[in-house]
Write a protein that binds this ligand. Structure first.
Ligand SMILES: [Zn+2]
Ligand SMILES: [Zn+2]
Length: 92
C-alpha cells in the first residue's frame, strides 16, 4: 500500500507568466485572453506522430522527439550516401 501521496497539482504551483496573470484550472495552465505567451503552455498535436506536445518555439510543428528522429534519419541518410559514393569510387 502506498503511504506517500504526491500532490497532483504540485507541478504547477509556481506557474507564472511575464505577460499576464496566469491561472491553473483543473491542472491546465490558463493564460488571459490575448496573452502573447499563451502558446507556450498550449499543447498541440505533433504534425508527425500526432501526440500532443508543448512547443519550445512558437512555430514548431513537430515534437522534440520527432525532430530528433528526423535529425538521426538525415544523418543516416547522408552516411549511406557517403558510403555509396566511396563504393563507386573504389570500383574504378
Ligand atoms: Zn500569459
Ligand atoms: Zn512527434
Amino acid at each position: 500500500m502506498l503511504t506517500k501521496k504526491r500532490k497532483p497539482f504540485s507541478k504547477y504551483t509556481h506557474v507564472s507568466c511575464d505577460s499576464c496573470q496566469v491561472l491553473v484550472i483543473n491542472n491546465v495552465v490558463c493564460h488571459e485572453g490575448g496573452c502573447p505567451d499563451a502558446w507556450k503552455d498550449k499543447k498541440i498535436p505533433c504534425f508527425e506522430c500526432g501526440f500532443d506536445f508543448k512547443r519550445e518555439e512558437r512555430y514548431q510543428k513537430t515534437c522534440q522527439g520527432c525532430i530528433e528522429d528526423n535529425e538521426n534519419n538525415a544523418r543516416e541518410y547522408y552516411q549511406e550516401l557517403e558510403r555509396q559514393k566511396e563504393e563507386n569510387e573504389n570500383q574504378d
